[in-house]
Ligand binder design. Sequence first.
Ligand SMILES: [Zn+2]
Length: 367
Amino acid sequence: MKKILVLIIFLIMGRAEAAGWSPELRIGLLSEVEEISLQVSAPCIMIDAASKKTLKKFPADKKFTVKAKEIKTDAVEIRPEKISIKDLRSTIGEKEYFGGVRLNKVNKKFVVINLVPIEEYLRGVLPDEMSPSYPLEALKAQAVAARSFALKNREKHKKEGFDLCDKTHCQVYAGAKIFESTDKAVEETRGEILTYKDKLIETSFHADSGGMTENVSDVWGRAMPYLVAVKEVFKQVEPWTVKVSVKDFSSRFGDNFGTLKEIKLSDLRIGKSANDRTSSGRVNFAQIVGTKKTLKLEGTELRRKFSLPSTLFDMKIVDNEVIFTGYGSGHGVGMSQKGARSYALDGWSYKKILEHYYHDSKLKRLY
Ligand SMILES: [Zn+2]
């Protein structure tokens, strides 16, 4: 009898999952909040997160305020009474979100958290990570990368009581955004993640590789077999240029440096390494010779100091200026979004795009 019951429950759950279930995420939105204005699209209950006891009921489409000093438990959750959480919309402050709300009490104030199934979360992430005007297969590749990232990094804010924040530190998440193209990309890749040897992978991505992506070890030190430099077959013809006067350049390195006299850096050839360049051609280090001192600077440091789009650049003194000429935008690790767009326009499927940028990875469907 028990076995039959378990089987029935299993079947019901299976059916519920088929109807759109996906893992629920806790996205941290605000902290140190004394009171918060909320509105829900369907009747909701406020429960004590620990005991699950109902504390209050909220009707649909009516603004209400929850004050931290009135909440006596450590955390409360606002969840729909009858419908699935994925179909609920909550207006938190001024912004609308998919899903419900959790309020954690920390030092007598609230940490405001959005409780959102990952598929709905991705609908809010995708339009900010990639333009909805990009071709569908590129958007689908981005959806799989963003889904894998979210699940891989779920422990990032564990100490603060949620999974991910809504900023670039994790992934930019702008709440309930609706675009036909990005929604379709999420839906058509539902539950799909990228794995390597059966484990979820770190799906880093960036705006534009400039012709070749980068080994993760050359950017963040630790090697990963699936984040290796790959060439892009098309040509990125338009270089970017940044000009700084020799005087301004020199002043960035202090009085002990003097005035810039010479730059020692080999010429850029994309995909060709040198003693001062990585295997993709990005600047590993450059030497700058001043009238008082010579400095050895890492490419990433130069990029930061002079707000350069990437580290794939040449650097020369011409007359009284230092001219940086380079390609691409971003750290160069993993998928290039501009590259994904070009491949998709060439007819590549999202699977082929992902295989290209995440070497030897395998696409798997989690649910
Ligand atoms: Zn974060």
